[in-house]
Design a protein around this ligand. Structure first.
Ligand code: IVH
Length: 696
């Protein structure tokens, strides 16, 4: 499984000194982690360090240092002054399916019988809390502390969603569970912190830790509770207990896609682990593993607990998605539209099985907000297909040798001035700075699809002065082309032929070729279908553009501005007959259809945007994996165009609203999600039959 943490046991320290060093490092890391959630080590490194310490202690039981983190809840770091009703335990970890199997076998040997059933649930990456209720009213909330006594954080309870002030019944109970910041809450927290001049949280867990402890903050940060245990609700099997918690009004992981599931066998439990691991990137909160528990209360009672962890539950750890590494430098790259984007150059680090050497830094304002410096130890986040990003520096780890990040004075590509009016800086030449890149983009397969107009030719055309923008392509003559190096008779004819074919590309592709910010292939198809002609698009006000699915007021304003900037180019394209296709606009068609429905005239059927007639009418279709059979040659954009021709709506993510998933070879998490949600899944071959009439 890709998501599983490394299974190799790290080597034990080679000497008593190395062992003492390792213990000191682990103690320091655990102290920082439990103080404010920060840590000089990533989670994987900490786990590996503790396993190495354990290995040394197994070989030298007489040398175990009293401060060693092994065998202690919270690595011995945390303390508090309110005693817990029963110890708040930690969990033992396993790092592979084999380790899980031998753990389960050990448990069954101890019980002298097979485990009745397993319960598999996400290991939420937050902080454990105990919430005490008297007669159904919340009276006290405690952190885990050292497991025996915790800190009183009742003051923070108000801001914790899913932890009700009153339960549905007047019970005396103590709920236990995890408090965390969901990804959305994390973003909100950092937005509000930066507006108040505070440094952003490095990652959600440190944010949750800091927020729970903080008093008298001038702003509010919301958190979320997920219950997974309770005292005072005896006799319930684990899955029943979770259902009961939800009934009482507490949030549990049952409200998520990675819901706890009872599994009859360990093999079934392993499948569920894989599913939860595959769903991880799409979950709205962080998990750092999957917990496997003996479900039956009888099994739990017989197995009992050690001083640190129960014997009836174990955490199957997943690789951390956050890693700490060094920021070596910042590169400034100029994009197609003249945007000057900073990119972090990192000391390469493996996150979730992938080596990360670069990460996005968004924009200069973001760098300033995060207070980053070259040489900083930084938290880097990567999940699934998400572009890795630098979250924040570990300010406490600074040595004094860090250097400020130099911001460019002029455009790093053409040396002209920089427009700093918006958060994202741009070269004042805009897309002109990038004529070559713009031409290559416009000629690309999903835009005008001009064969033979790749990198070398585009450079030649621009540098020779024959082409300054897209419209110039359509006035090229054979004589002009023949003046270029390595451009023979045949090459010139071929290129002119390809350009000729491109002249009649449909509106969505011409629009996409313009490279307007925020309008990729999907958005271009929607805009083209919505307005029906370039004339109508150009005439549209921001409000009209905001009527297109997925365009908000901000994006609408950008499109209007960019279209105005492109007016001369668009006029010249129109003169050349490029982008002059006219279809029935959906907006108008919808009006006609509405009129017809209320007794008006016209029987014109609406087209485009999933409202047209066709085998996929009214359906939302997602494509994933590589296509095979009759669809093998189609790019993702062409697949989406096909779906829309057949009356459907093409979408890129699976949700409850998805009608059909076309899953090709190597389909991954989207397929898992579709199966989870009960969305029908079809093969490319079956789908090709369904839409055969619409295949070009
Ligand atoms: S059960 C006796 N279930 O992980 C019950 N713990 O690394 C022991 N955690 O201390 C805990 N999600 O803070 C349990 N579904 C889950 C959990 C979970 C996260 C935390 C909890 C625990 C830590 C151990």
């Amino acid at each position: 499984m890709k998501d599983a943490a490394t299974t190799a046991t790290p080597a034990a320290p080679a000497s008593p000194e190395a062992y003492a060093d390792a213990v000191a490092t682990a103690v320091r890391a655990a102290a920082a982690y439990y103080a404010d959630g920060s840590t000089p080590l990533g989670d994987d490194e900490y786990d590996a360090l503790v396993r190495a310490i354990e290995a040394y202690e197994r070989e030298h039981p007489d040398q175990v240092l009293p401060e060693s983190p092994t065998g202690k809840v919270a690595g011995g770091a945390a303390v508090g002054d309110v005693p817990h009703s029963t110890p708040m335990l930690s969990l033992d970890n396993v790092f592979s399916a084999e380790e899980l199997e031998s753990w389960a076998a050990g448990l069954e040997r101890r019980l002298g019988r097979p485990v009745a059933a397993w319960c598999v649930e996400p290991k939420l990456d937050g902080l454990a809390v105990a919430a005490r209720y008297r007669a159904g009213r919340l009276t006290q909330v405690l952190t885990r502390g050292d497991g025996l006594a915790g800190e009183d954080i009742t003051h923070a309870a108000d801001a914790v969603l899913g932890l009700p002030a009153r339960l549905a019944e007047p019970l005396d109970v103590e709920l236990r569970g995890e408090v965390l910041l969901t990804h959305e809450q994390f973003e909100q927290a950092n937005a509000v912190r930066t507006t108040h001049g505070a440094t952003p949280f490095a990652h959600p867990r440190s944010g949750a830790a800091g927020t729970l402890r903080a008093k008298d903050r001038p702003y509010r940060v919301e958190l979320t509770f997920f219950g997974y245990d309770a005292h005072g609700l005896p006799g319930l099997d684990h899955a029943e207990l979770l259902a009961r918690l939800a009934e009482l009004g507490a949030n549990t992981a049952a409200s998520t896609e990675a819901a706890p599931r009872r599994c009859a066998t360990l093999a079934e439990a392993e499948q569920r682990i894989e599913k939860i691991a595959a769903l991880r990137a799409a979950l709205p909160f962080g998990i750092d593993g999957v917990v496997v528990k003996a479900d039956a209360v009888a099994d739990q009672e017989q197995a009992g607990s050690g001083s640190r962890a129960p014997r009836w539950a174990v955490a199957r750890k997943l690789q951390a998605q956050h890693k700490v590494t060094r920021l070596l430098g910042v590169e400034w790259n100029v994009g197609r539209t003249g945007i000057i984007a900073p990119r972090a150059v990192l000391d390469p680090v493996v996150i979730d099985g992938v080596t990360v050497a670069y990460a996005t830094l968004h924009n200069p304002a973001d760098i300033e907000r995060r207070g980053l410096m070259i040489g900083d130890q930084v938290f880097v986040y990567r999940a699934g297909d998400v572009i890795p990003r630098v979250e924040a520096p570990l300010v406490d780890e600074r040595t004094g040798s860090e250097q400020p990040i130099a911001f460019p004075e002029v455009c790093p590509r053409c040396g002209d001035a920089i427009d700093r009016a918006e958060q994202r800086w741009r070269c004042v030449r805009g897309r002109g700075c990038q004529a070559v890149a713009s031409v290559i983009y416009a000629a690309g397969r999903d835009q005008l699809d001009i064969e033979g107009l790749g990198g070398t030719r585009a450079v030649q055309l621009v540098e020779s002065g024959l082409v300054a923008d897209l419209a110039d392509l359509f006035t090229l003559t054979k004589d002009q082309l023949r003046t270029l190096e390595r451009m023979g008779e045949t090459s010139a004819d071929n290129l002119l032929g390809a350009i000729e074919t491109a002249r009649t590309r449909p509106l969505n592709r011409v629009f996409c070729a313009l490279g307007i910010r925020g309008t990729g292939r999907t958005m271009s198809r929607r805009i083209a279908a919505h307005f029906g002609s370039m004339v109508a698009i150009r005439a549209a006000h921001a409000e009209a553009l905001a009527g297109v699915d997925g365009i908000g007021p901000e994006k609408a304003a950008v499109i209007v501005t960019e279209l105005a900037e492109l007016a001369a180019l668009l006029d010249r394209l129109a003169e050349q007959g490029v982008g002059t296709e006219v279809t029935e606009p959906v907006a108008a068609a919808a009006v006609v259809a509405a009129a017809a429905a209320t007794g008006g005239a016209s029987a014109v059927g609406p087209v485009g945007e999933g409202t047209a007639a066709g085998p996929l009418a009214g359906q939302s279709v997602v494509v994933t994996g590589s296509m095979t059979g009759a669809l093998a040659e189609l790019s993702r954009n062409e697949m989406n165009e096909l779906i829309e021709r057949a009356g459907g709506k093409a979408s890129s993510s699976v949700s409850k609203r998805t009608s059909l998933l076309v899953a090709g070879e190597k389909a991954g998490s989207k397929r898992v999600k579709a199966e989870e949600l009960g969305v029908p899944v079809t093969t490319p071959e079956e789908f090709a039959v369904l839409v055969a009439d619409f295949l070009g």
